[in-house]
Design a protein around this ligand. Structure first.
Ligand code: UN1
Length: 461
């Protein structure tokens, strides 16, 4: 199959990985060998798998500098965010090494006073994990850690643009795991499709289109699928919010890591009476340092590729044709690398393309609403449903928002981006399919339930 490369988005001449796509037959062979290795791994007592995972945590922690540096160069994530992501990865591994020792089922009342009746959880077999480039450490680990902890083997297809980080993580994990329990299959769509055709369950993070096609294939094969997909996340700002604080948080959640998070704010909905907030937001966005992600002060680095920047700039042009007005940014930046200015577009109709589709770049729309009710209708008026934020100091407005905002996560006075690794994570509609990720939800997704009855062999008098 064809040769692929992963390049640095800030210095496109720098090649981080050069690799051949894994052919479908090789994927099938990797899954077969993982299936063999899974038997012994799944049969290990949970405390032993917990020990292996804590060793992985220690090794990832020891390699945090190297992982951070590589992530900065390969996916263009600003230093502070990349370092935080690696820390999060270590915490995720430690969390699952403890969680795997939690109760795994229920002891139920005996139906006849003699038999035992209980439920327990068993691994599925081989988990197929398909991950994106934007969180090259945290997302693979929040899938791998529970998959392995609960006794599955894993075959992991990382995104081509994050192959170098995946190779390093693989090297670290292999040092702590029995041979064959984890296999990495670099590649793109054909490799991913081959994986979905052979594994026992799939966890995917990426675009809504690919997620939907994986879900269809999973239904045909009757295997569990979890797909975490795009977002069109709204931040609602009410007149009683702290404008300066809210502006800082909204700017960071819309533009941090150049808006390349499924949790990024794409629509800022300003409720009548809060017009001064827009000025504070423009100021906060303009204050964001756009520079090489290697610099400690950088908040916004490049987008991942030339194509991604073209797409983001085209979305701004289209928004202007739709009646929008650029109130911050709007242009590409620098000779080298895929940089662009963080961009805000005002005056759009909520039905316009920029307010309906995901850009995955540093671009957000600023919309107006008559009141909270109207703002919530706008926020809910998209096919996505991942996360929404509301900024207010009024308890009743917060309560009303919690009751009506139709997203998997709702945050009051907190940014749309950022995830607590021990809490359920995932959205509704085009944002999420199947069970949630993380926390206790992961124990359910990565295992299947078995209900056990044990009756006495003989009837005693
Ligand atoms: C975060 O906001 O810290 O791909 C995590 C994404 C999400 C993860 C967001 N699955 O952007």
């Amino acid at each position: 199959m064809s040769k692929m490369q992963s390049i640095s988005p800030q210095r496109p001449s720098q090649v981080l990985a050069s690799f051949a796509e894994t052919a479908p037959a090789e994927v099938a062979a990797a899954v077969d060998s993982a299936r063999t290795a899974q038997r012994a791994w799944g049969a290990l007592p949970a405390p032993e798998r917990a020990t292996a995972l804590s060793r992985v945590a220690g090794e990832v922690e020891a390699a945090s500098r190297e992982l951070t540096e590589l992530g900065i160069v390969e996916v263009g994530k600003p230093r502070s965010e990349m370092a935080g992501e690696v820390q999060r990865g270590v915490a995720i591994l430690r969390y699952y090494s403890g969680a795997v020792l939690d109760p795994e089922g229920d002891a139920l009342p005996s139906p006849d006073g003699k038999s035992l009746l209980f439920s327990r959880r068993l691994p599925h077999g081989v988990a197929g994990l398909v991950t994106p480039w934007n969180f090259p450490v945290a997302i693979p680990l929040w899938k791998l850690a529970p998959a392995l902890a609960y006794g599955n083997a894993a075959v992991w297809k990382p995104a081509p643009a994050a192959t170098a980080v995946a190779e390093l993580l693989d090297e670290i994990l292999q040092r702590c795991l029995p041979t064959g329990v984890l296999r990495v299959v670099p590649g793109d769509a054909a490799t991913g499709a081959a994986l979905v055709n052979t594994v026992d369950l799939v966890s995917f993070t990426g675009s809504s289109d690919v997620g939907a096609s994986i879900a269809r294939r999973g239904a045909e094969r009757q295997i569990p699928v979890q797909a975490e997909m795009g977002g069109q996340n709204a931040s609602i700002v009410l007149p009683d919010a702290d404008f300066v604080r809210a502006a800082g948080l909204v700017a960071a959640s819309a533009m941090g890591y150049a808006g390349q998070k499924c949790t990024a704010t794409s629509r800022v909905i300003v409720v009548e009476g809060a017009e001064d907030f827009v000025e504070a937001l423009v100021e906060a966005v303009r204050a964001l340092e756009v520079a090489d992600p290697d610099d400690a002060a950088t908040a916004v680095g490049p987008v991942i590729s030339d194509v991604a920047r073209e797409k983001a700039l085209a979305a701004v042009c289209r928004a202007c044709e739709d009646g929008g007005r650029v109130i911050a940014g709007g242009a590409p930046l620098f000779e080298e690398g895929y940089f662009m200015e963080p961009t805000l577009v005002a005056d759009l109709d909520p039905s316009s393309q920029l307010c309906q589709e995901e850009v995955f770049g540093p671009v957000a729309a600023v919309l107006s609403a008559r009141n909270l009710d109207h703002a919530i209708d706008i926020a809910n008026g998209v096919r996505f449903g991942l996360v929404s934020s509301v900024y207010t100091s009024d308890l009743d407005s917060a309560m009303e928002s919690l009751a009506r905002l139709d997203t998997g996560l709702v945050r009051v006075n907190a940014p749309t981006s950022g995830v607590d690794f021990y809490a359920p994570f995932g959205g509704a509609g085009a944002s999420g399919y199947g069970m949630k990720e993380q926390g206790k939800a992961a124990a359910h997704f990565y295992t299947k339930s078995q209900t056990v009855t044990v009756a006495p062999a003989r009837t005693r008098p």
